[in-house]
Design a protein around this ligand. Structure first.
Ligand SMILES: O=P(O)(O)OC[C@@H](O)[C@@H](O)c1c[nH]c2ccccc12
Length: 270
């Protein structure tokens, strides 16, 4: 079974939401990204979203933009991103890894080469922010051929008709963007999210992850109660950015561990 499906099946048996950290590959460095991935798994990450740094990340707020800039300044390429995943896979064969990013660098590498190399490295899913499902075309076939789940974004304004169309081409999970705007926003409205998720669930059986605006144990617990996965990006990157380099692992373990604890506590109450 594909890793993402296996992961959601296991968590479903425990009635527990997946906890998904987003980090940017190459920030603060290629080797430290591998270390961070293992640290996150050890502190409770169920799936890892790994950002492919890009110079013009239009969906991203300042925190993720800065992470992308640091990674690019350090010279991180798409080949490095794939190398990070294959290095991670040397000692972790279970935790799903989803690459997140923009079409341009992927197009530069070539779709066929990218799909093949991603699969070989041990990637499980791909989310390309600026690739609408209508335009996936040839890339969709390549993803299927190489067992890569195409993940797509849904937003508060996505219509029923479009949710249905996206569900047909997506696999793994759907990513519900909790609010209009860029990553790292602070205005999370759990009631509005819950209502929209009910709506989405009436259309598809795919697991639904929620991201944008989850920044602490409290908001993680709220979203864990109503979704299949809790996605945390900017708040985590802020911890990484501000950590004393010699304390990086400890800082992430403590901070992310608290979120994990909150998500598990909610599951045990069910
Ligand atoms: O940063 P936040 O508010 O915690 O949201 C997660 C988000 O950062 C991550 O999933 C992500 C990073 N870049 C993206 C681009 C589009 C959609 C989502 C993302």
């Amino acid at each position: 079974m594909k890793r993402i499906n296996a992961c959601f099946n296991q968590l479903k048996a425990k009635q527990q939401a997946a906890l998904i950290p987003f980090i940017t590959a190459g920030d603060p460095s290629v080797p430290l990204t591998v270390t961070l991935m293992h640290t996150l798994v050890d502190s409770g990450a169920d799936i890892i979203e790994l950002g492919m740094p890009f110079s013009d990340p239009m969906a991203d707020g300042p925190v993720i933009q800065r992470a992308s800039e640091r990674a690019l300044a350090a010279g991180t390429t798409l080949y490095d991103v794939l190398h990070i995943v294959s290095t991670f896979r040397q000692t972790n064969s279970d935790t799903p890894v989803v690459l997140m990013g923009y079409v341009n660098p992927v197009e530069n590498m070539g779709y066929a080469e990218f799909a093949k190399a991603a699969h070989q490295a041990g990637v499980d899913g791909i989310l390309l922010v600026d690739l609408p499902p209508e335009e996936i075309g040839e890339l969709g076939d390549l993803f299927r051929q190489h067992e890569l789940d195409p993940i797509f974004l849904l937003s508060p304004t996505t219509t029923h008709e479009r949710i249905a169309r996206i569900s047909e081409v997506a696999s793994g999970y759907l990513y519900y963007v909790s609010l209009k705007g860029v990553t790292g926003s602070a205005k999370l409205d759990t009631h509005a999210v819950a209502e929209k998720l009910r709506d989405i669930r009436s259309i598809t059986n795919l697991p639904i992850g929620v991201g944008f605006g989850i920044r602490d144990a409290e908001s993680a617990a709220q979203i864990a109660q109503i979704s299949d996965a809790v996605i945390v990006g900017s708040a985590l990157l802020q911890q990484i950015e501000q950590a004393d380099p010699s304390q990086l692992t400890q800082t992430v373990t403590t901070w992310f561990g608290a979120l994990h604890h909150a998500v598990v506590a909610v599951a045990n109450k069910n």
